[in-house]
Write a protein that binds this ligand. Structure first.
Ligand SMILES: [Fe+2]
Length: 365
């Protein structure tokens, strides 16, 4: 399996992970002849898809939870949120079931270096992002040996952290260009709106509401809505702020392309101590692949290849399946273990992804 930009789709490629839009299945896994769908995918705001082809045969892209679990969590969250926006009633039972399933999968999964970023169409973004952020937050928490009860609170809070976005005007939420100062101030209100909405759901623990309210706060006081700093931000808030930013950066948005994993990890590491808890950033990044399986890289010898496997002891030196020589000519693929060929380094990662539409401002996370 590998991740390709939709412009790269070729007739011989088959969809490896299903694509959904507005809760409906658009392209099932296994579908071939996918180059015909490029325009449709672009119109939905999907820029990348996971595919199977001969070049990537046998490459596995590890995820922390099963694909069917992700899909059903997104669906339940979408139904629950939509029902909530109509009736003001939040059906928490379905959400709790999702959280419990994800917790048991994460606690029982081997300690792998996660490579997979879920793909979202514009309409699905909030649901996809909420589920992915929950997975990342729980991955950090498992390293802290949280009790089952604390994991459930953290999971529920993360799943609902952006519920306030349901109350933000869609035209502003999905605007393609840069937000005006006024629009940005308005979008920031999703924290308060989320808190107020969740206050009406009396069965939820206060910590769940606090996560919705404070997940954009930063240790140095530079966040919002209150500008709180270190001592006022408890561990769960610190965890969610890291998970939220990492997923936002590594997912396509209507106004910019996703960042490669290594660049998003650098962003967190550069800001740890100041904005993010350095211990938690460390616990998180050690569980992620710096160069994810299935992504294309350029090596210092100018050859281009697909990341095939990780070398756990040397995260910067995975095994690469070389598919193009230094002249850019396609060749019979062969594997190069970077741990054994130390003269070669990776000079460009996630090749098709790094060209951003424009630089992202941290404000827009
Ligand atoms: Fe948010």
């Amino acid at each position: 399996m590998r991740l390709v930009s939709i412009e790269m789709l070729k007739p011989e490629m088959r969809i490896a992970r299903a694509v959904y839009n507005q809760g409906a299945l658009v392209l099932p896994a296994g579908r071939s002849g996918v180059d015909k769908y490029i325009t449709n995918l672009r119109n939905m705001g999907v820029d990348y898809v996971y595919v199977e082809d001969d070049k990537s045969a046998g490459i596995e892209i590890p995820d922390a939870i099963a694909e069917r679990t992700r899909t059903s969590c997104k669906q339940i969250l979408q139904n629950t949120m939509q029902q909530f926006s109509i009736s003001d009633k939040l059906e928490t039972k379905g959400l709790e079931d999702c959280v419990n399933t994800v917790i048991s999968e994460i606690l029982n999964s081997p300690d792998i270096q996660v490579s997979l970023n879920d793909i979202a169409s514009n309409d699905e973004y909030t649901y996809t992002h909420s589920v992915s952020t929950m997975v990342y937050a729980l991955m950090i928490a498992r390293k802290l040996n949280y009790s089952e009860q604390k994991l459930v609170v953290l999971g529920m809070g993360t799943l609902l952290h952006d519920i306030g976005k349901m109350l933000i005007d869609k035209e502003v939420m999905f605007k393609e260009g840069k937000l005006t100062k006024q629009e940005y101030e308005y979008v920031k209100m999703h924290t308060l709106y989320g808190y107020q909405a969740l206050r009406r759901i009396t069965v939820l623990p206060e910590q769940v509401r606090q996560i919705a309210y404070l997940h954009h706060e930063r240790l140095d006081g530079s966040g919002y809505p209150q500008g709180l700093s270190g001592p006022d931000l408890n561990e769960m808030i610190r965890i969610v702020s890291i998970a939220d930013v990492y997923d936002a950066l590594t997912t396509d948005r209507c106004y910019r392309k996703r960042w490669p994993a290594n660049k998003a990890m650098d962003y967190l590491l550069e800001r740890s101590e100041k904005e993010f808890d350095p211990v938690l950033v460390g616990l998180f990044t050690q569980q992620l692949a710096v160069y994810p399986n299935g992504s294309m890289v350029r090596l210092s010898n100018q050859c281009i290849g697909i990341v095939a496997r990780q070398n756990r002891s040397m995260p910067l030196r995975p095994v690469i399946r070389i598919i193009m020589d230094s002249n850019g000519t396609e060749i019979e693929p062969y594997e190069l273990d970077m741990m054994e060929t130390l003269s070669v380094t990776i000079i460009e990662s996630e090749l098709e992804i790094i060209k951003t539409k424009r630089p992202v401002s941290p404000d827009e996370l």
